[in-house]
Design a protein around this ligand. Structure first.
Ligand code: F0G
Length: 357
């Protein structure tokens, strides 16, 4: 069919929907897989790096893949309200899909620790925003407790339909490359997405669509790296607020993905994350949010160290759009905004001063 109408329609036979299910969709999925040109050349390594630009989903993050499934099933099961704890993107996505479905979204966010674009989205879509004086992990705990007492459906990634929807990113990658990549690198917070990707790769592998699966490489921020420390972290801290999580819910499943795939977990400092975000924006024209850049930062380091060998095909998931967090972007942009008189001479002078030979 010519018209793309979202990932449930596209992958209907691989997803838990019925023939008469009313699908709640905003046309999510089908995101570009962009091959990097300049960064690999500058690295001087023979590697193929692709970025899966999930920031181009309807609400600007990969969460939409899971949310279309979770909200579709919630509505089918008669739910009138959904709830999530969120570092921002899940709340934006839940708010939008609830609006589309005509139901209520309650979102718990950590006070002062979500990027402004995400807050704007939740507010605009009419979610009930509950800001807590506590972090994401505490919010998650509260959501689980309250959902056992009130008629609300949890749409965090502990909702199995979320993972089902998100696995389709792996399907798309395989279809586009006509094989599985050698390495799949992605940022890890609550660990639902690494779980979902591994499920997607494993499903296509089990059905004989590909005969290999990638090694799964999960990257965390150094200040919020429970998978590196091998235990939960009580006070997670990072500039990449999307992954400011110390008690990941999909702990066992993510370890399973790492071990079965013979991949690894690694951590990047906030400085490395911001540098990778800027590098990608400056050299390739692709703008992602800080958390997303953790995967690129980590994979570049692992390529340079030879841990990811020459000749490899690498996919990095860019989980969220750069416009989600304009404050961090502007704060880290050293290039000054040049202010001049509104005259031809001044503008011309500004150009000549700044022209690189
Ligand atoms: N990147 C971005 C931009 C995210 O928003 C998240 C998670 C992740 C990576 C990590 O994915 O949790 O599946 O390991 N954001 C959640 C939220 C927690 O509330 O928006 P994960």
């Amino acid at each position: 069919r010519a018209r793309y109408t979202g990932l449930i329609d596209k992958y209907r036979d691989r997803l838990p929907v019925h023939d008469d299910t009313r699908v709640i969709s905003l046309g999510e999925g089908n995101t570009p897989l962009i091959r990097l040109n300049n960064i690999p050349r500058e690295l001087g390594r023979e590697v193929d790096i692709y970025v899966k630009y999930e920031g181009l989903n309807p609400t600007g993050s990969f969460k939409d893949r899971g949310m279309t499934m979770a909200v579709t099933r919630a509505v089918e099961e008669g739910s009138r309200a959904i709830i999530c704890a969120s570092t921002g993107n899940t709340s934006a996505s839940a708010a939008a899909y609830a609006a589309r479905a005509g139901i209520t979204a309650f979102v718990l966010i950590p006070e002062g620790k979500i990027a402004h674009g995400k807050l704007a989205q939740a507010m605009m879509h009419g979610a009930i925003v509950i800001q807590i004086r506590g972090n994401f992990d505490r919010g998650m705990q509260l959501v689980k407790e309250v959902a056992s007492k009130a008629p609300v459906t949890i749409v965090n990634s502990i909702n199995p339909y979320r993972i089902q929807g998100q696995k389709t990113a792996a399907f798309e990658i395989i279809e586009e490359l006509e094989c599985a990549p050698d390495f799949h690198c992605l940022p890890v917070g609550n660990a639902g997405n690494i779980t979902a990707h591994w499920m997607g790769y494993s499903e296509y592998h089990a059905h004989g669509i590909v005969n290999t699966r990638p090694r799964m490489c999960g990257y965390q921020a150094s200040g919020a790296a429970p998978f590196l420390e091998g235990k939960m972290v009580d006070q997670p801290e990072t500039i990449a607020t999307a992954i400011r999580i110390g008690h990941p819910q999909s702990w066992d499943k993510a370890w399973g993905a790492q071990q079965e795939s013979q991949g690894w977990f690694s951590a990047c400092s906030d400085e490395e994350i911001l540098a990778a975000q800027k590098l990608l924006a400056e050299r390739e024209g692709v703008f992602c949010e800080p958390a997303s850049a953790a995967a690129l930062a980590g994979s570049i380091r692992d390529i340079e160290a030879g841990k990811i060998p020459g000749g490899s095909k690498i996919v990095c998931t860019l989980t969220g759009h750069g416009l989600k967090d304009p404050d961090t972007a502007i704060a880290q942009s050293k290039a000054p905004v040049v202010t001049v008189e509104a005259s031809l001479e001044s503008v011309q002078a500004a150009i000549l001063e700044n022209l690189e030979s």
